[in-house]
Design a binder for this molecule. Sequence first.
Ligand SMILES: O=C(CO)[C@@H](O)[C@H](O)COP(=O)(O)O
Length: 226
Amino acid sequence: MKPSYLIAPSILSANFAALGDDVKKVLEAGADVVHVDVMDNHYVPNLTFGPIVCKALRDFGVTAPLDVHLMVEPVDELISAFTDAGADYISFHPEASKHVDRSIQLIIDSGCKPGLVLNPATPLSTLDYTLENLHHVLLMSVNPGFGGQAFIPSTLEKLRQTKQMITERGLNTRIEIDGGVKVDNIRQIAEAGADMFVAGSAIFNQPDYSKVIAEMRQQLALINQI
Ligand SMILES: O=C(CO)[C@@H](O)[C@H](O)COP(=O)(O)O
């Protein structure tokens, strides 16, 4: 069965001086989920924002799922803060947590859906004893920290292996891909197994968000027509 594809613009590339309006605009343009990149200048060499921004988006009337990608170390202390601020999905990097299973359980207990993030060089064995508890696996197709980087091609094989692992275990865990996703590669990425697509610069750097998102969906619609 064809998966339901979700497009998740990363607000890292949005207009921070008018964030609420820009997020509403991208949702009206057809986005499904808002991807929120939280960077701490410690786990990654960049600094963005904390839960206060999720809360501000909720207070501004944004009702779409907020997909929080924690690029922070440590992890656990921030989980309830993001849940309280309105997060729906919370993903973290296993290297940033001393006790990965505990962090996953904390996210579940807080009422959010947990995801584990694998950097380009993080092996899939990280999923061996965690996959059953995850709502999604977030595969980084760039090294985390910055928007606008090029998609790392070896991620395609990693996507295939992740999809195979999920299928073999009879799960329906989502596979989210993050980094360098564009109109001209989204189809290949989906064919390799991804069903949730983070795209920052590809969407927010264009004047017409509707046009880019529609083009992405057109590419995805071609998949079952071969
Ligand atoms: O988490 C990250 C970067 O660490 C990503 O979410 C990027 O923000 C995606 O940006 P583009 O590659 O789509 O411009």
